[in-house]
Design a protein around this ligand. Sequence first.
Ligand code: SF4
Length: 414
Amino acid sequence: MKITQRKIDTITPYENNPRQNDNAVEAVAKSITEFGFRQPIVVDADGVIIAGHTRYKAAMMLGLDKLPVHVAEGLSPEQVRAYRIADNASGELAKWDKQLLPIEISELQQADFDLSLLGFDEDTLENFLVGLDDSDASADGPPVETDESLANADAMGYIEAAEHIIVQFSGGKDSSLVLNWAAPILQKLGKSFEAVFVETGAEFPDLTPYIIRFCESRQVPLRLLQSRENIILHWFKKNSWPDSKYRDCIHGFINDAVNRVFVEREKEFGVGKVLIMRGGRSDQKTTLSKSNLYQEVGFGKHTARLLNPFFNTSAEEYDAQLEKLRPQLWNGYELGFIRTACWACPFQRKDQWDALKKHYPLLAEEMKRFARRFNWKQYKGDKTFQRMRKYWLGDAAAATDGSAIDDSNPIGEE
Ligand code: SF4
């Protein structure tokens, strides 16, 4: 591309320029002062501006005498007109990566760079720096109002009888809803309670910050636990994923850690006085804790008492409450993720893996590496793993199993 320096008075703005740019002139002038003129103005053969009106006005404001100019030759009048619009429109279509932009901005801030030169207004900058954007920062908001009667009288009876309540919080929709609902009620009842979140080593990078903000904004004491071993290292060592039927990941890594807190609290509050509360939709009875309103489950010499307070809540009511809370939920749902836990979980839907590829390409590469390395023989005939193998390694690799791939029965949301 040929660029020449031309006197500013040989250039003419296009009189019907459809783009209103006066608000941006000052910011562009600041940028030119700081960084210099790094992008030429594009003009037609007569010196009429096709692209670069704001830079031109900024140069006038700064009193510049000459400008770098590129003459777009060989375009028809219609092409020039179209290019003038397309040049502005394509900038509007592009979006900021809400994960990467705040990192870039905060690194500039740490280097004491003048952020006003970036051209964002103060509020927008602040939003980027406190979280990712408006929607994500909203996890800081106060509890979304819910009706106490969302849980029935039986559920309230178990809550009132308990001396201490552990809310098992995964950061997912269901447990966020239950914690949002329970926090003000338990505070009003003067109950001792806490949220417990277990980090396994396979969470999405922004999940723990969400967990912390969600609890802080509701004044809920949070126990942040580590699983007994990093789950990714564990899978690497045994060269395979968890068991698809027994779900040894949930029992061995998450419930095991929560049970340790349960035992500790029973020592403090008395046997039979501690209740573990979990989230779950009324129509989602896939796990033990979701198969009834209240369960007693033995482990070692102990008996955990589990309450699913929304067990009897109608699906309509449940969904309506979830909809109200949606703006405060983990930002990943906006990006297309279905579930919060374990980016390397083998029991996922295609949409979840598509979102992983799109938003966490490095983690998706790791998934592929696992898929190449792990031992598949043990999964022969297991439809969950056939589905996964097909997704990550393609049809040819999947076909070596000798069995048809079944896309049905992906697990539901957590
Ligand atoms: S997300 Fe998947 S791998 Fe992780 S604990 Fe849950 S079922 Fe297991």
